[in-house]
Write a protein that binds this ligand. Structure first.
Ligand SMILES: NC(=O)C1=CN([C@@H]2O[C@H](COP(=O)(O)OP(=O)(O)OC[C@H]3O[C@@H](n4cnc5c(N)ncnc54)[C@H](O)[C@@H]3O)[C@@H](O)[C@H]2O)C=CC1
Ligand SMILES: O=C([O-])CC(=O)C(=O)O
Length: 329
């Protein structure tokens, strides 16, 4: 007996991440090989033609799990019945734009989308914000959705997590499959803190295995934190396939659970854990089970990690003040 399709809404569907993301959702990588999906694509009016073109290509793949595709330029329509909402479309920073302008422009996108989720999404909706500044965009959307439990609004730091896994694997020579318990703390920005003090490589403590604090401070952390800019420099465009892959990983893990003894990184509304002010959408180590996540508790935070976590959290607090001043939350 086929299962009822899960409604997956994707915003910015005609963009470069959208193009890398939709085919993997439709082929079962987001929710698993037994779950049919119905795609609901949201784009701005001028990009509807391009979204139609992508939908034609999706049709041409004849994915057995794809139960249908709807395209709209109305958030109220696109989020109607959404079980999973991937908020990818955002206003990129252009020449002459200050940070406040970017936050204001994105407020114009994420506030109405949050309201549409509030009013139209399914009761079990799970939201992942990818569009930058992802954490604060998630905060704006969440604030506009008072009837949806706050913890359903998350932002993506899984790409940073995956980047950190890969860099640590290269340094130690241990395959990524044998690395566990890495953490990204804070904001998806250059202030983020990738933490290996609780990580294990092939069953050994990663920081002890590396035993090189200079590499940590001067190579690993800046490489991971500034990888987005390095990709833009190299490719002439921001990360797309790796970002789409991370979005798939984030939702797949949220729905299907973390492996025993491991955790992942997700930016989620803080409950005050680790001194992160309540309500900020900050990256934490989390375990998932039964479609819910829990922030890993009681990790010791050492003198190397504390100021780095605090700096990224302070940036998030500043962003919250800025959007509050703009009346966006
Ligand atoms: N959190 C993360 O790790 C990462 C986040 N990003 C961010 O993801 C976002 C998307 O990146 P790309 O796909 O490369 O950008 P893109 O510019 O190729 O595509 C964005 C799409 O969003 C659409 N869009 C704009 N406003 C919209 C609205 N109100 N409703 C629906 N759609 C709208 C545009 O028409 C465009 O098709 C950017 O903000 C980028 O900075 C990118 C990589 C990693
Ligand atoms: O840096 C950017 O603009 C894109 C991004 O978020 C990333 O690749 O991490």
């Amino acid at each position: 007996m086929p299962r009822t399709p899960v409604n997956v809404t994707v915003t910015g569907a005609a963009g470069q991440i959208g193009y890398a993301l939709l085919f993997r959702i439709a082929s079962g990588h987001l929710l698993g090989p037994d779950t049919p999906v119905r795609l609901r694509l949201l784009e701005i009016t001028p990009a509807l033609g391009a979204a139609e073109g992508t939908a034609m290509e999706l049709d041409d793949c004849a994915f057995p799990l794809l139960a249908g595709i709807d395209i709209s330029d109305s958030p109220d329509v696109a989020f109607d019945g959404a079980n999973v909402a991937l908020l990818v479309g955002a206003r990129p920073r252009t020449k002459g734009m200050e940070r406040g302008d970017l936050l204001e422009a994105n407020g114009g996108i994420f506030k109405p989308q949050g309201k549409a989720i509030n009013d139209h999404a399914a009761d079990d909706v799970k939201v992942l914000v990818v569009g930058n500044p992802a954490n604060t965009n998630a905060l704006i959307a969440r604030s506009a959705a008072p009837d949806v439990p706050a913890e359903r609004f998350t932002a993506m730091t899984r790409l940073d997590h995956n980047r950190a896994l890969s860099q640590l694997s290269k340094k130690t020579g241990v395959p990524v499959a044998e690395i566990r318990r890495l953490t990204i703390w804070g904001n998806h920005s250059a202030t983020q803190y990738p933490d290996i003090f609780h990580a294990e490589v092939a069953g050994k403590n990663a920081a002890e295995a590396v035993a090189d604090e200079t590499w940590l401070a001067e190579d690993f952390i800046p490489t991971v934190a500034k990888r987005g800019a390095a990709i833009i420099e190299a490719r002439g465009a921001s990360s797309a396939a790796s970002a789409a892959n991370a979005a798939i990983d984030h939702v797949h893990t949220w729905v299907n659970g973390t492996p025993e003894g491991d955790w992942t990184s997700m930016a989620v509304p803080s409950d005050g854990s680790y001194g992160v002010p309540e309500g900020l959408i900050s990256s934490f180590p989390v375990t998932t089970a039964g479609g819910e996540y829990r922030i890993v508790q009681d990790l010791a935070v050492n003198a190397f990690s504390r100021p780095r976590i605090d700096a990224s959290v302070a940036e998030l607090a500043d962003e919250r003040e800025a959007v509050r001043a703009l009346g966006l939350i």
